[in-house]
Design a protein. Structure first.
Length: 202
């Protein structure tokens, strides 16, 4: 059974076990997907309010566009819950085979999976910020929680990018991902803090 289709308690207990997966990467992706879901929940409860209805068409369009874009990144992160587990198991199998080319391929795949999760969380943060202006004030705490969770997802997935990329043979590829993952963590922290500051002004 795919991890994403398990009951919550089953997934939690799988993490709390000696199973090789799910681990930190899968959990980070789930955290990010839940963060987006919280942001979208705030959106659902905002579009019916007077504040939204009386806003300019441009502001409403900006809000709706951000809301729709978040769905794309939620799908990416939902997929990442299983993709990370699968890629990790491939790395384990490759190391058991002692085939250096197979190991390098598996490490690169795992790097890319973690990178995609990290990139999705960063992009989602950008769109969460776009929801602030017309968000129902009663849901600001959920919007803040979404930002915190997405930033956590970003930093958690970065750990996997570093763990896998550090072992790659190609120094150019290795340096590319090690540099970019650090930059994304920095950007995600900055965006999270910006969201918290902007909400505090409302």
């Amino acid at each position: 059974m795919e991890l994403i289709n398990k009951k919550v308690i089953e997934y939690v207990n799988d993490v709390d076990s000696s199973l090789p997966s799910p681990g930190g990467g899968s959990v980070s992706s789930l955290v990010g997907a839940l963060g987006i879901s919280l942001a979208k929940m705030a959106g659902h409860f905002s579009v019916t309010k007077k504040k939204f209805k009386e806003a300019s068409g441009l502001k409403r369009d900006k809000f709706i566009l951000a809301f729709k874009e978040l769905e794309h990144y939620k799908d990416t992160l939902i997929k990442g819950v299983d993709d990370d587990a699968i890629s990790y198991e491939s790395v384990v199998d490759a190391f058991k085979s002692k085939d250096q080319e197979a190991i390098n391929r598996a490490l690169l795949t795992s790097t890319l999976v973690a990178y995609d999760i990290q990139e999705a969380s960063l992009n989602a943060l950008y769109y969460v910020e776009k929801l602030i202006d017309l968000c129902n004030k009663n849901l600001f705490s959920d919007l803040i929680s979404a930002a915190i969770m997405l930033a956590a997802c970003n930093e958690m997935s970065s750990l996997n990018v570093v763990a896998n990329a550090s072992l790659l043979k190609d120094e150019t590829v290795k340096e590319k991902y090690l540099t970019e993952t650090k930059l994304m963590v920095k950007k995600s922290k900055s965006l999270k803090n910006k969201i918290l500051r902007e909400v505090a002004k409302q």
